[in-house]
Design a protein around this ligand. Structure first.
Ligand code: OSB
Ligand code: MG
Length: 369
């Protein structure tokens, strides 16, 4: 497989509804789409970096800089036997996993399309449908939050995650539990707490949550281990799991009982599969996270979620929850039973509406051999 041409486009898309986490509130998403061409076939990837370096240290500008200046010279015009070989070929570039993943994942789509096989099969997936959950941001009021939860349950979603932060945590969970009953419920703190809050976080143990995601700082494995010893609720790590090696240490330290996999955070599909396999071997369940992706990134997530140890519903919801219209046609839909059917056409198996992509594009660059 050879990438003969690589194109970058920086896009902006308005969100259907604002999204608020402990980092702040956003009304639109800016992101990079990577298009690769080879052998008359096209593949797509999406970079999950955001405008601000809050979720991770990467931003769209750093990703653009790293892809254009350092990744392109190592992949464009280079013959690769398999997309597995791309991440190791980028070893000299330290970090910048979101930039690497965007290119690597586009190459997987290209490879699968060249073979005429769905990406799920090429990745080693074993399911045709995946269980879908939703992530609900911080709202203006607890009433708004309950309304949102009820709306998503009615749409069929199998698991509800609510974002928490100091001042919007125990009470929010208590109200949702009281009003919606024994639903599969979890919370995500996006690193908003410290170990000094352990006592306060232990109050969440009363609500039978599936897990608490990333309560403490993004690089604080040791404190998560201390916290997990004090909580009944399983800790799930997101931001902290930047590499497979860190995951191995986190599991050994008892810092988490569940791991959220986002290919952008670990460098693409190959590293996600390695992380998935490590967790399977250690008896740690995983689920697929989300980064407010457009339909292109979402389709990649859908295919990766077909691997067997993705045993918990992920944040891979219908595309229309975030963007209307989205960049793909038809959109990704959740069935009334809360499952999403994985496209079975070649590659990611979706059609990119290039006219919409062009309209949302702020800047573009092209690289050829
Ligand atoms: O922590 O999982 C997170 C969105 C942006 C950045 C970080 C996170 C999220 C979400 C949304 O929770 C998940 C989704 O795409 O539905
Ligand atoms: Mg998270």
């Amino acid at each position: 497989m050879k990438i003969e041409r690589l194109e970058l486009a920086l896009l902006t898309l308005p969100l259907v509804h604002f999204f608020e986490t402990s980092f702040g509130r956003i009304f639109e998403k800016q992101f990079i789409i990577v298009r690769v061409d080879g052998g008359g076939v096209t593949g797509y990837g999406e970079c999950v970096a955001e405008q601000d370096p809050y979720y991770s240290s990467e931003t769209n500008e750093t990703a653009w800089h790293i892809i254009a200046g350092f990744i392109v010279p190592r992949v464009v015009g280079v013959e690769f036997a398999h997309p597995d070989d791309i991440f190791p070929a980028l070893k000299a570039i330290r970090g910048h996993n979101m930039a690497k993943a965007a290119v690597e994942m586009a190459a997987w789509d290209l490879y699968a399309r060249q073979r005429g096989e769905p990406l799920s099969r090429v990745l080693g997936g074993t399911r045709e449908r995946i269980a879908s959950g939703v992530s609900i941001g911080i709202q203006d009021s607890l009433d708004d939050l309950v309304k949102k939860v009820e709306q998503e349950l009615a749409a069929g979603y199998r698991r509800i995650k609510i974002k928490i932060k100091p001042g919007w945590d125990v009470r929010a969970v208590e109200v949702v539990r009281a009003r919606t009953g024994a639903i599969p419920l979890m919370v995500d703190a996006n690193a908003a707490y410290s170990l000094a809050d352990a006592e306060h976080l232990a109050a969440l143990d009363a609500f039978d949550l599936m897990m608490i995601e990333q309560p403490l700082d993004y690089d604080d494995i040791a404190d998560h281990a201390t916290l997990q010893r004090r909580l009944k609720t399983p800790v799930c790590l997101d931001e902290s799991i930047k590499t497979v090696a860190i995951a191995r240490e986190a599991i050994a330290a008892g810092a988490c009982r569940i791991i959220n996999i986002k290919p952008g955070r670990v460098g693409g599909h190959r590293e996600s599969i390695r992380l998935h396999d490590l967790c399977a071997a250690r008896g740690v369940p995983v689920w697929h996270g989300g980064m407010l992706e457009s339909g292109i990134g979402r389709a990649h997530n859908l295919h990766l979620s077909t691997l067997p140890n993705f045993s918990l519903p992920g944040d891979v919801a219908a595309s229309r929850r975030y963007y209307q219209p989205d960049l793909i046609e038809p959109g990704i839909e959740v069935q009334p039973d809360g499952l999403i059917r994985v496209p079975d056409g070649p590659g990611i198996g979706i059609h990119v509406a290039t006219d919409r992509l062009d309209r949302a594009t702020l800047k573009r660059a092209e690289f050829t051999l």
